[in-house]
Design a protein around this ligand. Structure first.
Ligand SMILES: C[S@@+](CC[C@H](N)C(=O)[O-])C[C@H]1O[C@@H](n2cnc3c(N)ncnc32)[C@H](O)[C@@H]1O
Length: 436
């Protein structure tokens, strides 16, 4: 972090010059870069990826900011709170909609009454304050009457705080949020999850609890919260507390990130309730038609976790994901291992669980047609035809290969692991007839 602190120090010296009316010191500064992706770039350059992942620090770039806040009305009426504000990128989006006054002191005082932010890292808050001052300067505000303005005194509502562990009263501000995507252990009173859960989901939960009725919450969130079976209860809790106004699937957080995000806009309800049909447009594309894979196949995850399961029990044919030839048919399996858990009798189809929306095919299948039970590894989803016919497996492969399945899956689930729930729901329009 020391190298990033040096950069923040530089930002602070520019902001100090802007407040002091030392306009010459700011000649030639590229404000566009500094107020858009520049700070995120410096963070990437100066702080190792491992450390950024540990603390969940990834600043929102301009394109994503535009997608999240572009549709929002051009005038900001009430105050705005970012409980994980980082270097202030989301607050800067709001500041763009705040009025600019000729005097920089007046502008900053006015903005300071509207912008609330917290972050656990003091160095990010310092960057946020300096950038907000520079945003006012870039839009033309100047120190007109040589007032003595200090950087320490500006933006009194930007405070270093652990937002998840600071008790607070009802919050009267709208909320903007790109929370850390790290994992946390669920607290005992968490009503929607246990064990390791996403900090992003906990942040939304916390915001819903402190937000007053009518509050708007706009959040950039990992796609697993939208689609993951593990977060079904979280989605229900969200829809009980708030009306789900917008669910926009965005894609990768930025060109460097390997996590897909969506934009969620909520309006907090007056009382907690959920009426039928108000679960929200999560874009889950639940396939209520009969024609889906689960109507014709039983779908499950391969049970063998090689590093966890001891080699004991009968020796069996073993299918590892690396041996599942894409789109092929395996009539024999040479690899063997001992295993006491569930086995699968061919014929069946396995689908690789790991895939990405940028892959040519989301669900790559292989037919297994040997004549003995198989122990299937955990990176594969097993689809066993109810009619026990190889032709049904072939039909399934055709469906998996089709562009309509790719499009459907890319909307349904954007995270890297296909879930059993998503595979079960894949439309399966031409079921094999028994007479075929
Ligand atoms: C993904 S970054 C987003 C920053 C900023 N909102 C943006 O969009 O550019 C998440 C931020 O949350 C902060 N953070 C992590 N845990 C926190 C906590 N418990 N309370 C407050 N901030 C936290 C990190 O320091 C980081 O700056």
């Amino acid at each position: 972090m020391i190298l990033f602190e040096e950069y923040v120090h530089e930002l602070e010296s520019y902001a100090t010059a802007a407040l002091a009316g030392n306009n010459q010191a700011l000649e030639g500064i590229d404000f566009t870069k500094l107020l858009n992706g520049g700070v995120g770039l410096e963070l990437r350059r100066r702080v190792a990826l491992e450390h950024r992942q540990q603390i969940g620090a990834f600043f929102t770039g301009e394109a994503l900011r535009l997608s999240a806040f572009g549709p929002i009305n051009s005038v900001v009426e009430g105050p705005v709170w970012d409980p994980a504000c980082g270097a202030g990128d989301l607050l800067l989006s709001y500041a763009e909609k705040l009025p600019i006054l000729p005097d920089i002191g007046d502008t900053i005082t006015n903005w300071g009454n509207k912008l609330y932010g917290n972050d656990i890292q003091d160095v990010f808050l310092r960057a946020a304050k300096a950038r907000l001052v520079l945003a006012a300067f870039a839009r033309g505000a100047r120190n007109l009457d040589e007032r003595n303005l200090s950087l320490q005194g500006v933006f009194p509502n930007l405070l270093q705080q652990d937002s998840l562990h600071t008790p607070r009263d009802e919050c009267p501000a709208d909320v903007v949020l790109n929370p850390p995507f790290i994992s946390l252990i669920a607290s005992r009173d968490c009503e929607w999850g246990s064990g390791s859960i996403s900090a992003a989901a906990v942040f939304v939960d916390m915001c819903l609890k402190v937000a007053s009725p009518g509050t708007r919450i706009i959040a950039i969130l990992p796609d697993v919260l939208r689609t993951g079976t593990r977060y079904e209860r979280w989605r229900k809790m969200v829809a009980e507390h708030a009306e789900v106004k917008r669910v926009d699937i965005y894609g990768p957080f930025d060109p460097q990130a390997d996590v897909d995000v969506f934009i969620l806009e909520l309006q907090v309800r007056h009382s907690r309730m959920l009426q039928l049909g108000q679960e929200g447009p999560w874009g889950l594309l639940n396939n209520s038609l009969q024609e889906k894979i689960s109507s014709y196949f039983s779908v499950s995850v391969g049970p063998v976790v090689p590093h966890r399961h001891r080699e004991e029990g009968p020796e069996l044919a073993f299918l590892h994901s690396r041996d599942a030839t894409p789109w092929g048919t395996l009539d024999q399996l040479a690899p063997r291992r001992r295993f006491t858990g569930t086995t699968h009798y061919p014929p069946f189809v396995v689908i690789r669980r790991t895939s990405s929306p940028s892959d040519r095919n989301r669900a790559i299948g292989t037919i297994i047609n040997c004549t003995e039970p198989v122990a299937v590894e955990n990176h594969l989803v097993v689809c066993k035809p109810n009619d026990g016919r190889i032709e049904s497996c072939q039909s399934l492969l055709d469906i998996l290969k089709s562009s309509s399945t790719n499009d459907w899956l890319n909307n349904r689930i954007r995270c890297r692991h296909l879930t059993v729930g998503a595979v079960k729901e894949i439309p399966f329009p031409y079921p094999p007839s028994p007479s075929e």
